[in-house]
Design a protein around this ligand. Structure first.
Ligand SMILES: Nc1nc2c(ncn2[C@@H]2O[C@H](COP(=O)(O)OP(=O)(O)OP(=O)(O)O)[C@@H](O)[C@H]2O)c(=O)[nH]1
Ligand SMILES: [Mg+2]
Length: 278
């Protein structure tokens, strides 16, 4: 029997969803990783432009806000387990709108209910770091209070991500009296190369987004945190990276496992989800 793995891939705009999808697909095709393509994939349109840009050593465009497409990839792992991986690509504004408008479109409701695993992409480099009592002297807070027009309230970046997870959990109607085992939660800290850090991914998340980390740890039994660099380095949309073009995009990109080990196999976080079935 072939298991169906529908991934709820959650990430705001510009976190790297499309490039990860394209690099993942390429890895499946060249069959050098823990997961391999074992049949004919369908609905590849979402990734064809990205794939051809990467082959030339260029990066691809932002996905239009109204697009949502799913590709189906028949995959097998080294132990012979088969699954169909349903991998989405969409404009990341949709995710931000879920939180900002506090409304979940019916299509997103279904996706949440159907998903066997949740994968959350976070690009730490583009999140704002918060000012708090530890990073700013108290006087500066006092000064803002006396200002006449208070700036419009906007939740912090990490509050917005917590809010998003709360909404998804509510929608799926899970009982949160005990930490969840299913759906499993995988957090990918994307564009890891930009961070230039030697910290372990879970420790970095805990230190940069402590409120989110504490929320995640109290609601899931074993959340996994990986570093992901789908491209390994920044690419331009217009100027080709010659090394990329010569060696092929599948030679670039890596994963940092929760224990800090770096591997070129970017399929590993998903392969792990196949191990103990659904
Ligand atoms: N340095 C670096 N840049 C990356 C990496 N992955 C993606 N990028 C860049 O990050 C930007 C956003 O990547 P996308 O894959 O388009 O992001 P997205 O989540 O699909 O964004 P939307 O389509 O707007 O939802 C692009 O300019 C990529 O070139 C990476 O691993 N390292
Ligand atoms: Mg995209």
């Amino acid at each position: 029997m072939t298991a169906q793995h529908t991934i709820l891939l959650v990430g705001e705009s510009n976190v790297g969803k499309t490039h990860y999808g394209a690099q993942f697909l390429k890895r499946l095709m060249v069959k050098a990783c823990a997961l391999k393509m074992s049949g004919a994939p369908t609905n590849l349109e979402a990734f064809t432009t990205a794939l051809s840009c990467l082959t030339e050593g260029k990066s691809t465009d932002h996905t239009p806000a109204n697009i949502y497409v799913e590709s189906a990839w028949p995959i097998a792992d080294e132990a012979g387990r088969h699954a169909e991986l349903v991998w989405p690509d969409y404009g990341g504004e949709q995710v931000r709108n879920l939180v900002m408008q506090r409304r979940i479109p019916a299509a997103w409701r279904e996706r949440v209910l159907e998903a066997s695993d949740w994968v959350l992409l976070i690009r730490l480099h583009s999140l704002r770091s918060e000012d708090d009592l530890f990073s700013r002297p108290l006087q500066s807070f006092a000064a803002t209070e006396t200002q006449e027009a208070a700036p419009a309230y906007e939740p912090s970046d990490q509050a917005r991500i917590v809010e998003l997870l709360q909404m998804l959990l509510y929608l799926a109607q899970f009982h949160l009296d005990r930490p969840l085992r299913k759906p499993r939660l995988t957090i990918l800290l994307s564009c890891w190369d930009e961070l230039e850090t030697t910290e372990l991914p879970p420790n970095l998340l805990a230190s940069r987004l402590p409120m989110l980390w504490s929320f995640v740890r109290s609601n899931w039994t074993c959340p996994a945190v990986f570093g992901l660099s789908a491209l390994e380095r920044a690419l331009s949309k217009t100027e080709a990276d010659l090394e990329y073009a010569t060696r092929g995009p599948e030679e670039f990109g890596y994963i940092v496992l929760p224990d800090g080990v770096k591997k070129p196999d970017i399929t590993l976080p998903i392969q792990r989800l196949m191990v103990d079935g659904i």
